[in-house]
Design a protein around this ligand. Structure first.
Ligand SMILES: Nc1ncnc2c1ncn2[C@@H]1O[C@H](COP(=O)(O)OP(=O)(O)O)[C@@H](O)[C@H]1O
Ligand SMILES: [Mg+2]
Length: 333
């Protein structure tokens, strides 16, 4: 990434250190608790993956950070302030949410020009951003004819218009081919090396595994893990085979150990503590046939963390990321 871009003038405000703090955040839609007492922090100068299966509550959390959805309780702040309290927020926080509507008849360039105007950003920056995200040639074509990958890039260009300190990106790797994902990785790396705070959501760990420094993993609106990717790699899992897998899974769950079915009728358990598994089996009078440590398989770990009993995805029957409810982008409930 070598493109130099014109500044947008001196930052009018320094928003703390650009740290994101989500504190006991909850959002209920009727009887559904989409985000459930969620707390985590996101540091500047690092890329943080916001991970969880579809329906976990990622988009709702990002919308609360952007002041588009009102929390039922708790707070979500950027540099110590709520989005609504940030002066000229487009200059501080850039975002690209899922299913962001571009006017299909408008060109990509035209679309950015309108946004630049609203944000009080110099129009020259539009062409610089189109160049930066690698779609200068497509700039004058109708956005309606863009591929998914091009729409993602246009969304990134829009997010970058105000030269923000903080970037919130909702599933930016969605629809990108491997080359696009590699490009995105370089793009985000460059921005984080400049000290920006970057939160990027994904429902597919492998899409962002090599991109992110830190992870915040949620399931069912609740935090299941926050830490560095390196920590996650150090996380041990065990494989256990026994005379009664269902009974053992139940006993392990009661002991606070997440167990999920593995190939060949075995169980994966998120722990490096083999004696503990043995003790649980012994207590439950279940014969252990095999018990061994398996290295950290991030993919298996992600699955175990998010699909463990009690974390089963509420939303498997609903593939639609969009909700015809009252809380659409731009509206506040
Ligand atoms: N406006 C809304 N009205 C009702 N339910 C909603 C609304 N927005 C999200 N939900 C529900 O909240 C849960 C979390 O959704 P979402 O935040 O979109 O998850 P993710 O982005 O992780 O896939 C889902 O069960 C979803 O159906
Ligand atoms: Mg989502």
């Amino acid at each position: 990434m070598s493109a130099t871009v014109s500044g947008t003038g001196p930052r009018e405000q320094v928003i703390g250190d650009g740290r994101i703090v989500v504190d006991r955040l909850t959002k209920s839609f009727g009887s559904l608790t989409a985000v459930d007492d969620l707390s985590f922090t996101v540091d500047p100068g690092r890329i943080t993956g916001f991970l969880g299966p579809n329906g976990a509550g990622k988009t709702t959390t990002l919308r609360m950070l952007l002041g588009l959805v009102r929390p039922t309780s708790g707070t979500a702040t950027i540099g110590g302030r709520r989005y609504a309290d940030i002066h000229r927020p487009q200059r501080v926080v850039g975002s690209a949410l899922e299913a962001t509507g571009f006017h299909p008849g408008r060109s990509g360039r035209n679309h950015l020009m309108v946004l630049a105007d609203t944000a009080g950003v110099d129009g020259r920056r539009v062409d610089e951003m189109l160049e930066l995200v690698g779609i200068p040639a497509a700039a004058n074509r109708r956005a309606g004819g863009y591929s998914m990958g091009m729409r993602q890039r246009l969304g990134l260009a829009a997010a970058m218009l105000g030269d923000p300190q903080v970037l919130l990106l909702d599933e930016p790797a969605n629809g990108l081919d491997p080359e696009g994902i590699r490009w995105l990785r370089g793009f985000l790396r460059h921005l984080s090396s400049e000290g920006k705070t970057i939160l990027v959501s994904s429902h597919m760990l492998q899409e962002v595994e090599q991109t992110v420094d830190d992870v915040v993993i949620i399931a069912n609106g609740r935090l299941v893990k926050q830490g560095s990717t390196a920590d996650l790699h150090g996380e041990q899992t065990a494989l256990v085979r026994s005379s009664d897998q269902a009974a053992l899974a139940g006993a392990l769950a009661r002991a606070g150990l997440a167990a999920t079915p593995a190939d060949g009728g075995a169980l994966h358990v998120v722990t490096g503590d083999l004696p503990r598994i043995g003790a649980v089996a012994l207590d439950a009078r279940i014969a252990v046939h095999e018990l061994r440590s398996v290295g950290a398989d991030l993919e298996a770990l992600f699955f175990e963390l998010t699909e463990a009993p009690g974390n089963t995805n509420r939303n498997l029957g609903d593939p639609s990321p969009d909700h015809p409810g009252t809380e659409r982008e731009g509206g506040i409930a």
